[in-house]
Design a protein around this ligand. Structure first.
Ligand code: DC
Length: 211
């Protein structure tokens, strides 16, 4: 099973690079952040209390969840755009800090990799916890300003506000008790500030040739 792990903070280029790399390598791509967003979305839609860790953990075990190239589907609902709303973005870190939810998402991520013969898998804990034996572990990063500017280019908004929101979410994701965003053992830091997609992919391909 061939797994390439891509971790790093919001807006570092993980999705763009992950998808491009998967296409080059003939692997499937999995966005694990979309899974935490999907749990958050369905909990909010059902008006469940997000702070009730057991209720939300149980929800994460019960739902039918599919994340693939066609989009994100939860219990038959197409949630592809709904998981990217500011409301879900503001609430997702709390759901992602729920250990019961994380245990279930990791189980689903490993099952997905088994079913797909590995893949390019992006998130926050992929190289550190979910696939510590991945063939290649990348830690993508970029300056906070650039990350905010990329988000504004994708979805609009005020760059100062988005930079502050990203900083708050990074802090939460990096300081939670269960599998925080850290630099995994053996992972290679790639700073994408000022680099285009092609330059980043070329750099990663040269890393793979060296390995
Ligand atoms: O990458 P993203 O912004 O879509 O991630 C959404 C949230 O989920 C973010 O707060 C970090 C969290 N997350 C996580 O804790 N572990 C992962 N493997 C992926 C995302």
């Amino acid at each position: 099973m061939r797994v390439i792990a891509i971790d790093g903070p919001a807006g570092a280029g993980k999705s763009t690079i992950g998808r491009a790399l998967a296409a080059r390598l003939g692997l499937q791509y999995l966005d694990t952040g979309a899974m935490y967003r999907a749990v958050t979305f369905i909990a909010m839609r059902r008006e469940l209390p997000l702070h009730d860790t057991e209720v939300i953990a149980e929800l994460s075990r019960q739902i039918d969840l599919r994340v693939d190239d066609d989009g994100v589907f939860v219990d038959g609902l197409d949630a592809t755009s709904a998981i990217r709303t500011p409301q879900v973005t503001a609430a997702v870190s709390a759901v992602a800090a729920n250990s019961g939810v994380r245990t279930e998402m990791r189980r689903r991520q490993r099952e997905w990799a088994m079913q797909h013969g590995g893949g390019v898998i992006e998130g926050r804990d992929i190289g550190s916890v979910v696939f510590p034996d991945a063939e290649l572990k990348l830690h993508l990063t970029a300056s906070p300003r650039i990350r905010a500017e990329r988000r504004v280019a994708e979805a609009g908004g005020d760059v100062d506000e988005i930079e502050a929101a990203i900083a708050a979410r990074d802090h939460y994701d990096s300081t939670r008790a269960d599998s925080p965003l850290t630099l995994a053992d053996g992972s290679i830091v790639v700073d994408t500030t000022g680099l285009g997609i092609d330059a980043v992919i070329a750099h990663i391909e040269s890393l793979m040739e060296q390995a």
